[in-house]
Design a protein around this ligand. Sequence first.
Ligand code: MN3
Length: 209
Amino acid sequence: MPILPPLPYAYDSLEPTIGAETLHLHHDKHHAGYVKKTEALAGEAGLRDKPLEAIVREAARSGPKTLFNNAAQAWNHGFYWQSMTPAFEPPRGDLAQAIAAAFGDLDGLKTQLVETGAGHFGSGWVWLVWTGEALKVIATHDAANPLTDDDSTPLIGCDLWEHAYYLDHQNDREAYLEAWFDTVANWAFAEAQFKAAKGDGRPWTYPAA
Ligand code: MN3
């Protein structure tokens, strides 16, 4: 059964980009709520003992939609906490090279991620994914995520729902995305995901009891 993993850093450690109050509500209320509902609905669907990744894929295939929404949101938030760090460092090594090849440079990636995220209508997520051939920035609606696309490995992902940024940036999603990219994005995690996508190590999986 998926658990609610503890936030991997202190609640105030991403300030001022993301404040402690936001993280308390976002992790302890929003994420916790998705996990709780997933637990109940996965039990009803006979998927209680499956890893969360399998629950998401199975619910995407055959429903119910409410299980997919809650399971995918639980997974997305676990991935989002990993996608941030108080110890910011720019991308290095193979990942830095792949970013240069796809976007020109880190600024090119920033422009595309911020434009894609800020221009996304309504709730959802913005991701940097490896397609097997190239890096790509994509946005998904509501709970949808790259797990249901067999060819894509997500390297890093950012929450576009208003609860992620409203207390700190009000309506300015673009300012949130710019600050997120410049100060808290976890490129070491993205690099590990990138290596795993190429067969070196295993991609991050959601913690289970
Ligand atoms: Mn959220």
